[in-house]
Design a protein around this ligand. Structure first.
Ligand SMILES: CC(C)(COP(=O)(O)OP(=O)(O)OC[C@H]1O[C@@H](n2cnc3c(N)ncnc32)[C@H](O)[C@@H]1OP(=O)(O)O)[C@@H](O)C(=O)NCCC(=O)NCCS
Length: 422
């Protein structure tokens, strides 16, 4: 709960679009997934679910003996196929609505009935002729009625979007559900698009899930798996068109949505426009995060005790590394007289040591010092002597410190003085 609470706050009232493929409905983990979606809504997330129905359409076409053809990833939707699509999509939608309502009633917030909203939110146009083949009633998104969707969300309703849409000429079109999810997320400016994948996410050559990719990294990522490629293309398009973050998660993992969205490191692959770990100058809003980070280190004597008031006054000297809104590393640069400076309060959260965060903070503070015209840096440490030595600091004497700083030296702490010329 402690780890989750910043995320509960951060995600409240944010719009998330979750994509669930049709075949997920037939999997044993479906009920757990629906329960987690209800939980997300209970935690204040404005939820839009976009569902697919490919497996159910295939089944229906087989039952009805309707031959299926594909051009790349797109189904050729002739009249007999459109009949199968309508039947399958309607069945999936009804099934999903039933499960959502059931889970909402079973959830702890009893009494707060769930309304699942649908509607004529999407306008379509024909996909046309591709490679000489007429795709008939296969369509593309032409327009999304953002206001109508937002009105439903504002009424605390869950919006369920199905992959069928109407053209102004009154025809019904079969849409690719993954493209539809992407388009809805972009149009709504969703803060997250979550793709519940069948493959186990984006994995490296050793089979490990790649936790975070920037758009640049993801564009260069090569995979032979056409399904993963489709998900990646969709994620990249969403990021480029303004969706804050795209999460690709393995839907077969029980509780994957909660692990992904309410823990610091997540469990799937996050793709975003910005580097995951940002180092920046601290602001007054970071005071709480810095205090939480340095508290244990003050108690074990690694760092000098600072009160909240002192930290608030000195906050402009601090730089912080923030992961998913949580301060995981910090450090400060204090100007001293005569072009001297002091590095202080470098701290890295114990879960993140040895990953280069300390060095990132130190480099940043040194750059800030150089920019400010500082010629020589000092640091006083009780527990990180070797770390500073390895980062090119050399032992110095107390008498090397500027006089004013010498007067403030705490003999009880008996810290070692180190220095580095810039
Ligand atoms: C010192 C500290 C900031 C280093 O942060 P970090 O992100 O783990 O460091 P980096 O990833 O940049 O460097 C890791 C390397 O430094 C070494 N290292 C980390 N802390 C060390 C220490 N106290 N003494 C000696 N070496 C240390 C690691 O063993 C690792 O080396 P290796 O890869 O050869 O094993 C972090 O350990 C910390 O917060 N310590 C407690 C607070 C403190 O003492 N701060 C300094 C007061 S000014």
């Amino acid at each position: 709960m402690r780890e989750a609470s910043p995320y509960i706050r951060a995600h409240r009232d944010e719009v998330f679009v979750v994509y669930v493929a049709g075949d997920a409905l037939n999997e044993p983990g479906m009920l757990g997934l629906i329960q987690d979606l209800i939980l997300l809504r209970g935690l204040g997330v404005k939820l839009i679910i976009v569902h697919g129905a490919r497996a159910q359409i295939d089944e229906k076409a087989k039952e009805s003996d309707v031959r299926q053809a594909f051009i790349g990833d797109l189904r050729v939707t002739d009249e007999p196929t459109l009949a199968c699509v309508k039947a399958a999509v309607a069945a999936v939608r009804l099934e999903l609505e039933a499960r959502l309502v059931q889970c909402a009633l079973d959830a702890p917030r009893r009494g707060s009935a769930l309304t699942v909203a649908g509607g004529t939110f999407i306008t379509a146009r024909p996909a046309g002729i591709v490679g000489g083949v007429d795709l008939h009633f296969t369509g593309e998104v032409r327009h999304i009625d953002r206001n109508a969707i937002e009105r439903r969300l504002a009424c605390d309703e869950l919006v369920l979007v199905s992959p069928l849409a109407y053209s102004p000429t009154g025809e019904v079109f079969n849409l690719n559900s993954l493209d539809l999810a992407c388009a809805v997320a972009c149009e709504l400016g969703a803060s997250k698009l979550i793709l519940m994948m069948d493959p186990p996410g984006i994995v490296d050559n050793d089979g490990n899930v790649m936790r975070h990719l920037t758009v640049g990294d993801a564009s260069e990522f090569g995979t032979a798996d056409p399904v993963v490629t489709r998900y990646l293309e969709c994620a990249l398009r969403a990021c480029r068109f303004g969706v804050g973050r795209v999460h690709l998660v393995d839907r077969s993992i029980e509780g994957v949505l909660i692990d992904e969205l309410y823990t610091r490191d997540g469990i799937g692959t996050l793709i975003s426009n910005t580097p995951f770990d940002q180092i920046r100058q601290a602001t007054i809003e970071d005071v709480g995060g810095i205090l939480a980070l340095i508290g244990p280190l003050e108690r074990d004597g690694s760092l000098v005790k600072r009160s909240r008031e002192k930290l608030e006054i000195e906050i402009e000297h601090f730089s912080v590394v923030v992961r998913e809104g949580v301060v995981v590393a910090c450090g400060a640069l204090y100007p001293l007289e005569s072009k001297f400076g002091e590095i202080a309060c470098i701290a890295v959260h114990s879960d993140y040591r040895g990953a280069g965060f300390g060095k990132l903070v130190l480099d940043t503070l040194e750059r800030r010092a150089t920019e400010a015209g500082v010629r020589r840096l000092f640091v006083l440490t009780t527990k990180a002597l070797h770390w500073f030595l390895e980062n090119n600091y050399a032992r110095a004497e107390m008498s090397d410190l500027p006089i004013e700083r010498q007067a403030m030296y705490n003999f009880q702490r008996n810290a070692i003085v180190l220095s580095k010329r810039l």
